[in-house]
Design a protein around this ligand. Sequence first.
Ligand SMILES: N[C@@H](CCC(=O)N[C@@H](CS)C(=O)NCC(=O)O)C(=O)O
Length: 219
Amino acid sequence: MPTMLPTLRTDTPLLYVAPLSGYAYKVALALRLLGMPHALRTVDLSVPRAQRPQAFRTVARFDEVPVLLIDGLALCQSNAILEYLARRQSALHEGDESQRLKVREWLAWEGEQIGLNLAHACSARQFGRHPSAVVEWYDARVAANLARLAQVLEDRPFLVGELPTVADVACYAWLPYARAQGLFEPLPPAVAAWVARIAALPGYSDPETIFAGAAPCAD
Ligand SMILES: N[C@@H](CCC(=O)N[C@@H](CS)C(=O)NCC(=O)O)C(=O)O
């Protein structure tokens, strides 16, 4: 167990989220797919950081959602949380070491690519604060990212092999937000088929459904 993270008492895992955050959705979706009971707390990101609820500020070391309180730990950074959950539950990662390394490669790629490009392409439309040349730059990078996913998914049902892993969850998480805005449609056929396979997994829910019942973080 890491010792440098704040320790807390948490009976049921508690996830701080914002409904428009694909990073938060990643973790919420993984918890669902893993069948782990948990509670959600919504953080209003339109409130300045210093004025957000103290309970959130205490654990949000990057001032961002998601934060997952679990096993006495406050975990930040969506892909680090996904790795923790997969290891904890011995699920959503394929079996041997070489496959686990591939999962890690995809998580690193996602953080640098989808987690930047698609996240910004979506939030540019949601919040309208990006100059149009910047939006075009992100859009072109998203197209390249989708082409890479398509190339890999032409050969196999999920990114690492026959079974879904947290790499799929991470790379998928912003696509429902893009779809809700009609962006990047139609997806390359291999990516569309992969999206359908993910949506058919037991426990799957879309962001709207998952976040509809989330209680606000009040304290
Ligand atoms: N690299 C982080 C990114 C998280 C992130 O950027 N979250 C945004 C919401 S989409 C946030 O909380 N921003 C804080 C703010 O708007 O003040 C992760 O993967 O968890």
